[in-house]
Design a protein around this ligand. Structure first.
Ligand code: GLN
Length: 245
């Protein structure tokens, strides 16, 4: 009898250790992904869900590297500080791998090549390229690469907004003459708002990549290998077809 009780006690003890350690690894496996769900078709809200190309891509990457993911929706200019403060582990947010950002974070290999585009009222004939912007009032989103590009021009009356939709609203209300944003979201906004149109600028291309803390080199390698696998096995192309018609 004593032996049986002893055996049971030992079993319960072992089982509880197994259960605890399982819980711990499950917790450790969660990768907190920071994004700003205001950048269609890369990330946007559908009902209350964050969806889009970046969401699908990072979900496929997580599957390949065996991690669960949880998204945190944060203002774009709060993403890098949240990464440094370890509130999130990676950022996928249509974020351009700029030289300035590279001083603070590591970027994965590029996963998308983009450009800056100009949005104007559908009947606007005076603005045709970036060269037409001096003398005009131009909306950008604070801290975006569009802000950097327009800030480099002289004589532009720059209006900075907290989000793309806010800038587009100002354009629709004729408060500004143009908005400069990344080409894919610009395409999306112009398709949904017939009163505005998109001009593709001649600005140089920029590359979107996933941002990580500098010390997360192992995770960086895993993400790059996963990205390459998704490009090689056709998943990446399927996602492009799904999100960019
Ligand atoms: N690609 C732009 C940037 O990195 C905009 C990104 C975004 O709005 N999500 O600044």
């Amino acid at each position: 009898m004593k032996k049986i009780i002893g055996f049971l006690l030992v079993s319960v003890f072992i089982l509880s250790i197994v259960a605890c350690s399982k819980k711990k690894t499950e917790e450790e496996e969660v990768l907190y992904v920071g994004t700003n769900a205001e950048f269609p078709p890369f990330e946007y809200l559908l009902e209350n869900d964050i969806v889009g190309f970046d969401v699908d891509l990072v979900s496929e990457i997580a599957l390949l590297i065996g991690k669960k993911i949880e998204f945190k929706n944060i203002a774009f200019d709060g993403l890098l500080p949240a990464l440094q403060a370890k509130k999130i582990d990676i950022i996928i947010a249509g974020m351009t791998a700029t030289e300035e950002r590279k001083q603070f974070v590591n970027f994965s290999d590029k996963y998308y090549v983009s450009k800056q585009a100009i949005l104007v009222a559908a009947d606007n004939t005076t603005i045709v390229t970036f060269d037409s912007l001096p003398g005009k009032s131009v909306g950008v989103v604070l801290g975006y690469t569009g802000d950097i590009a327009v800030s480099a021009l002289s004589d532009v009356d720059i209006k900075r907004y907290n989000g793309t939709s806010e800038a587009v609203l100002a354009l629709k209300a004729n408060k500004i003459d143009a908005v400069v944003v990344d080409s894919e979201p610009a395409k999306n906004y112009s398709a949904q708002n017939p009163e505005i149109k998109m001009l593709v600028s001649d600005l140089i291309e920029e590359e979107y990549a996933i941002a990580l803390r500098k010390d997360e080199t192992e995770l960086l390698d895993q993400i790059n290998i996963a990205l390459q696998t998704l490009k090689d096995n056709g998943t990446y192309d399927e996602l492009v077809i799904k999100h960019f018609k």
